[in-house]
Write a protein that binds this ligand. Structure first.
Ligand SMILES: *Cc1c(COP(=O)(O)O)cnc(C)c1O
Length: 352
């Protein structure tokens, strides 16, 4: 199968090989060293401040989203959730479960997040903002300069789910003053699912330590304390962490800009190649990670099925109202322009 989904994505051979090895013991110096290196490399790639800290959670990306919310906010807070789709909605749902007051800024499907939308919430009683940098469900990238500026002038905690944007789109934790950045193993990192990562600013670390969230497993203060010596409170997904180590080393070697450019070029090549096909790019302000395609006179879900059955290609279907209208093509993972060519030819045949 050729995998054009947005996660889990196609892994690289060197990463797959590690997954085939026996799991080593981890409460020792050699695993601690790997974890401390993972923290440093992740910080470097995300342009994190020197005093930021990383947490590696054995959980899917949603686990890290929930951990961030639980460890940073209380019922005394009020957070603004940027909701442009399924992942924005998930942040509101997490707040509801934990009784954290929240309000949604709903971004209409056809529109980019704008200064005008944000400024309506200036000078109110919000204490934090939650955003998914790339709303992966529809492939919309938000303008983080606007968001960063809004949070600075309103003195808000800024939590950014960059799960699908990290490595695909330019990301700068320090420049944007981000307090918590979230990513996950199975997106552009191209490692199997199992580990989600948080980067916390120094002030977020202090906040988390003061708060001591009411959770046993998702207590980030505990994770941070163990992380000081390169350990985790509980058994982590050891093999995934070793695969992450391999990938981070490769990325640090080439530099994050190079990886951004590679993914951007792959996305541009695909978008150019489908120009004459009966699809329209669904939203403004695209992420390099994924192209959302609106179909005309042909069911998007049927295209997903045809590609899977006849061409052995996976793309991402959409659900609900968008089931027959939208499908998404990912550009992250071990993909090439040759792979794009094969997909574009298949799409040509299907839509002929
Ligand atoms: C993939 C993704 C997640 C996490 O999904 P999980 O299935 O929990 O790993 C969260 N937010 C965004 C924006 C994503 O793309």
């Amino acid at each position: 199968m050729l995998n054009f989904t947005v996660g889990p994505v196609q892994e690289y051979e060197n990463v797959l090989k590690i997954g085939g090895n026996r799991t080593p013991y981890f409460r020792n110096a050699s695993f601690s060293k790997i974890m401390l290196e993972n923290e440093e490399m992740l910080k470097e790639l995300a342009y994190a401040p020197a005093d930021a800290r990383a947490v590696f959670l054995t959980a899917s990306g949603t686990g890290a989203m929930e951990a961030a919310v639980m460890n940073l906010f209380t019922r005394q807070d009020k957070v603004l959730v940027i909701n442009g789709g399924g992942f924005g909605k998930r942040f509101s749902e997490i707040c509801d479960v934990h009784h954290i007051p929240c309000q949604e800024l709903a971004v209409p499907f056809e529109e980019a997040l704008s200064e005008k939308m944000l400024s309506q919430y200036d000078g109110q009683d919000f204490t934090g903002l939650l955003i998914n940098m790339n709303e992966t469900s529809i492939g919309k990238l938000y303008n983080m300069d606007l968001v960063a500026d809004f949070c600075r002038r309103n003195h808000l905690w800024l939590v950014v789910d960059a799960i699908s944007a990290f490595l695909a789109d330019p990301f700068d934790m320090q420049k944007w003053g981000i307090d918590v950045m979230i990513t996950s193993s199975q997106k552009a990192l191209a490692v199997p699912p199992g580990i989600s990562m948080l980067l916390l600013s120094d002030r977020a670390v202090k906040r988390v330590n003061d708060m001591q969230a009411e959770s046993f497993y998702f207590n980030l203060a505990d994770a941070l304390k163990n992380g000081e010596r390169g350990q985790t409170p509980f058994t982590p997904a050891v093999s995934i962490l070793l695969q992450i180590h391999e990938r981070l080393q490769g990325l640090v070697r080439i530099g994050v800009e190079q990886e951004n450019r590679r993914i951007a070029a792959l996305a541009a090549n695909f978008r150019e190649g489908i120009k004459n096909l009966p699809f329209t790019i669904a939203v403004p302000s695209l992420s390099n990670a994924v192209t959302p395609l609106m179909t005309e006179g042909i069911s998007a879900h049927w295209i997903f099925e045809e590609l899977e059955e006849k061409y052995h290609i996976w793309v991402c279907p959409n659900g609900g109202e968008l089931r027959d209208k939208l499908f998404r093509v990912g550009h992250i993972g071990d993909l090439t322009t040759e792979d794009n060519k094969y997909l574009i030819e298949a799409l040509q045949e299907i839509s002929a």
